[in-house]
Design a protein around this ligand. Structure first.
Ligand code: DSN
Length: 453
């Protein structure tokens, strides 16, 4: 870095201190430069803090070094409406190759006849699919949010925005899964245009094989939101929806699939017009420009998934089961003990008797253990749910195995159940986490996960 640039950065930093001071003394108004520097400093602080945290949010992950590199490229600055070879902007000569490669990889990894890698998030993908397969006010069956369904499948989310009439499947609370007989009955009664499956609290594969007959009978389009389990499907450790009667899969690409914050759509092309309808649903439907840098990062992630996906998915599920077992042995109420706790990356714990999900999640955050409160099927108040949801996909990427899950369980238990001071537990969390800061199951394995300039 040039001397001038270094001096400028130091000056920036000095000014940011003034900004922080001015927050305490509001009569001094910070300059725009001071505000910008403050954001830079706060971002650096977030990065450093997360390095010292145990990340357990079931919808997050860390990018590989190669994905991160392309995500931070000039592609971020560009526009590319349309499809490779048929763009509305010039400047995509090279990017067209990247998007074509990404689509090809997506089809290969998921053995899909069709892929669209342009949706900018899982919910944007869902909006595009809704536009492609249902007219406003048509009927849709889905899992209720309180049973683990995603908000974009609900009246308050994307499906509601498209005016869908939503009917929820009967849910077996004990097994944390759709009741297949009830679902078939509902589908036969309602005759939905779309039968939607998939959850945000996703412990076990949906009984698609059992339900598909009813879906076919009423001529519904079968749609599976795989956001949470895309990486497990790619690694052949969950279910295979495209071979189990589903027409369309949508998903975000940054949960168990450890890619960029983005979305994608996959499909079987049995239904006439599905391909062109999805293409139009994505553009000009749910997106204008898509995010070129994220497409490149997704392509790298998919290439890495081809190479490391099975080992990663296997370890992830093994870790989730091990964490469930360890927390159960400590006396915590981990749901679905009779089914081995989980077949995914997620476990769910009822912490009502320990002050509820909100109390536990907030105290754990003070101890640098990051997870979220979660409604359980018997809850009615989303703000005061009785559960916590825990995902181990990110810890798996950071190199943890079954043995480390016992330590994670012990640290959670000390805050959640024994009510130990979070600040005391935090010291141990930080020391423990220092051994797990590098990314695995990717090229350039072993580089730091959250290096920041
Ligand atoms: N609702 C998010 C989650 O499962 O955390 C996903 O969009």
């Amino acid at each position: 870095m040039s001397e001038n640039r270094t001096r400028e950065r130091n000056m920036f930093s000095f000014q940011s201190h003034r900004f922080l001071i001015s927050q305490r003394f509001p009569e001094s108004v910070p300059s725009s430069r001071e505000i910008a520097q403050s954001v830079r400093d706060l971002t650096r602080r977030h990065n450093a803090w997360f390095k010292d945290c145990i990340p357990l949010i079931a919808s997050e992950n860390v990018l590989s070094p190669a994905s991160r590199e392309v995500l931070n490229s000039d592609l971020h600055n560009r526009y590319a409406e349309g499809l490779p070879g048929k763009r509305y902007y010039q400047g995509n000569i090279v990017f067209d190759e990247i998007e074509s490669l990404c689509e090809k990889l997506a089809k290969e990894v998921f053995s899909a006849e069709f892929a669209d890698v342009r949706p900018t998030s899982g919910t944007v993908a869902n909006l595009a699919v809704l536009q492609a397969i249902a007219k406003p006010r048509e009927k849709l069956t889905a899992v209720a949010v309180s049973d683990g369904g995603h908000i974009s499948h609900a009246k308050i989310g994307a499906a509601g925005m498209r005016g869908a009439k939503i009917y929820n499947y009967p849910f077996n609370e004990k097994d944390m899964n759709i009741d297949p007989d009830g679902a078939k009955k509902l589908i036969r009664e309602v005759k939905p245009k779309v039968a939607l499956f998939g959850q945000s609290v996703y412990l076990f594969p949906t009984p698609l094989e059992e339900i598909k007959e009813a879906v076919e009978e009423v001529g519904a389009t079968a749609w599976y939101d795989a956001a949470h389990v895309l990486g497990l499907i790619a690694g052949k450790r969950f279910q295979d929806p495209l071979r189990q009667g589903m027409d369309v899969i949508s998903g975000s690409t940054h949960k168990t699939l450890p890619g960029p914050q983005h979305g994608m759509i996959l499909a079987n092309l049995r239904k006439e017009g599905l391909e062109s309808n999805i293409r139009r649903g994505v553009f000009p439907g749910a997106t204008s420009n898509h995010h070129l840098h994220a497409v490149a990062a997704l392509a790298v992630t998919l290439a890495e998934t081809k190479e490391f996906g099975e080992a990663y998915a296997s370890q992830t599920v093994g870790n989730a089961k091990a964490l469930g077992q360890a927390m159960h042995e400590l006396g915590m109420d981990v749901l679905c003990e009779h089914l081995g706790f989980t077949e995914s990356h997620t476990i769910v714990v009822d912490v009502q008797e320990h002050g509820g999900g909100k109390r536990v999640a907030l105290d754990l955050e003070k101890a640098n253990i990051i997870l979220n409160k979660n409604m359980l099927p018997w809850d009615s108040d989303p703000v005061r749910p009785s559960g916590i949801r825990i995902g181990v996909q990110e810890l798996t990427r950071l190199g943890m195995k079954e043995a480390q899950m016992s330590e994670v369980a012990r640290l959670i238990h000390r805050v959640a159940v024994k009510n130990e001071a979070p600040s005391k537990v935090k010291e141990e969390v930080v020391a423990f986490k220092r051994g797990y800061t590098k990314v695995h199951y990717c090229f350039f394995e072993g580089e730091e996960a959250s290096d920041y300039p």
